[in-house]
Design a protein around this ligand. Structure first.
Ligand SMILES: C[C@@]1(CC(=O)O)c2cc3[nH]c(cc4nc(cc5[nH]c(cc(n2)[C@H]1CCC(=O)O)[C@@](C)(CC(=O)O)[C@@H]5CCC(=O)O)C(CC(=O)O)=C4CCC(=O)O)c(CCC(=O)O)c3CC(=O)O
Ligand SMILES: NC(=O)C1=CN([C@@H]2O[C@H](COP(=O)(O)OP(=O)(O)OC[C@H]3O[C@@H](n4cnc5c(N)ncnc54)[C@H](O)[C@@H]3O)[C@@H](O)[C@H]2O)C=CC1
Length: 301
């Protein structure tokens, strides 16, 4: 294909970060510093199941960092109650780690740590100094298996936090169940049709895509073990992609179904729904009030 035929592909706009979900379980991470910033780093690190070596004098530890050190076992956190001396001077060597983070208030020392890490090709993040970061942190949220991170490419971290909060508010309450349910179904499917790639892999993927398109998040979240089993027995085994209706599963009541149909027909968006809700509430309260006044009047007579 000649390049002139590629005009429909997205244009490259440089300056972005390579967003990943880094699997750090059992990896070794060096965290230098124990203040407020380090306490945030430590929390996210511990959630991955990595092994943290933390160097920072105890007297200036952030209370959360001190707490984590006190309750963790030594596998999760190796704590050294002292100052880090420097890449040449210290017996702790950055090259022995999979990742290095500094959150200290000594710019010169951070800079030396960064240089040593880059020499050893160890990814490093120096809080406060973007040019000395091989990767940035972002504003994160976690709901079980679901993780979302917002990055503004270093432009406005507080804006990232505000956007993350908005996303948090807009997430359906039962998103975790829906994701867990799909995870279980994929696991069961893998047992039934094992192996990597090839025509079977393609069929497996097409089938899963079909399922996710046919079942909404509510329906996925409410899926029982029995329904999952039937999806595989009556669906996968017979080369069919079954939806909730095909299995007689109705997660919504008829009122819910009817309301969805109305929403679709009228084209209700969130804003319109609010206006309609307030209007309906007003009508109900108004009717109740009028009825009350009328009742009181009839009592007086
Ligand atoms: C480049 C980056 C490197 C990195 O640290 O990885 C970086 C750099 C710097 N941050 C600074 C300041 C502040 N950082 C925050 C908050 C957060 N900062 C985070 C990430 C990042 N910060 C990376 C880019 C993220 C992105 O791309 O969007 C978050 C998202 C994640 C986290 O740190 O865990 C977390 C919010 C988490 C949450 O709440 O959800 C606040 C707000 C607050 O504290 O409430 C302020 C004060 C307000 C302000 O200054 O804007 C300064 C000092 C500037 C100065 O001296 O003036 C620098 C250095 C500089 O910019 O030069
Ligand atoms: N990237 C970001 O999001 C932000 C970065 N910062 C910067 O990050 C750095 C840390 O911030 P905070 O945690 O608020 O500071 P802090 O002053 O609360 O903590 C600094 C910690 O580093 C320790 N420390 C100092 N020298 C050390 C050494 N040689 N070895 C080991 N530990 C040492 C101190 O004992 C203390 O525990 C500061 O430079 C700050 O300006 C601050 C706010 C946001």
């Amino acid at each position: 294909m000649s390049t002139s035929e590629s005009h429909h592909f997205p244009t490259i706009v440089k300056g972005s970060s390579f967003l990943l979900a880094w699997r750090l379980e059992n990896r070794h991470v060096l965290l230098i510093g124990g203040g407020l910033v380090a306490s945030g780093r430590l929390y996210y690190l511990l959630e991955t199941g990595c092994r943290v070596t933390l160097i920072s004098p105890r007297e200036q530890l952030h209370p959360e960092t001190a707490y984590r050190i006190d309750v963790s076992n030594t596998e999760d956190i190796t704590y050294l109650d002292r100052k880090y001396l420097g890449p040449e001077e210290d017996e702790i060597k950055v090259g022995d780690y999979d990742m290095v983070l500094t959150a200290i208030d000594e710019v010169g020392l951070s800079s030396r740590i960064c240089t040593a890490c880059r020499k050893e090709r160890v990814p490093v993040n120096v809080a406060d100094v973007p040019p000395e970061c091989d990767f940035y942190f972002g504003s994160q949220l976690r709901r079980g298996p679901l993780q979302i991170m917002v990055s503004t490419s270093g432009r406005g971290p507080k804006i990232a936090a505000l956007i993350r909060k908005r996303i948090e508010e807009s997430l359906p309450a039962d998103i975790e169940q829906a994701i867990d349910s799909v995870g279980k179904l994929r696991g069961d499917l893998r047992k039934r049709a094992p192996g990597v790639g090839g025509p079977l892999g393609q069929r497996r993927m097409n089938w899963m895509i079909g399922i996710c398109d046919k079942w909404n998040l509510d329906e996925l979240g409410g899926m029982t073990d029995e329904v999952r089993q039937r999806l595989l027995d009556e669906g996968w085994d017979k080369k069919r992609v079954l939806g909730p209706r095909d299995l007689g599963v109705n997660s919504r009541s008829w009122v819910g179904e009817w309301w969805s149909a109305v929403e679709e027909a009228v084209g209700l968006n969130e804003e319109r729904k609010k206006v309609l809700g307030v209007g309906l509430m007003g009508a109900v309260l108004g009717t109740a009030g009028t009825a009350g006044v009328w009742y009181l009047k009839t009592q007086r007579r």
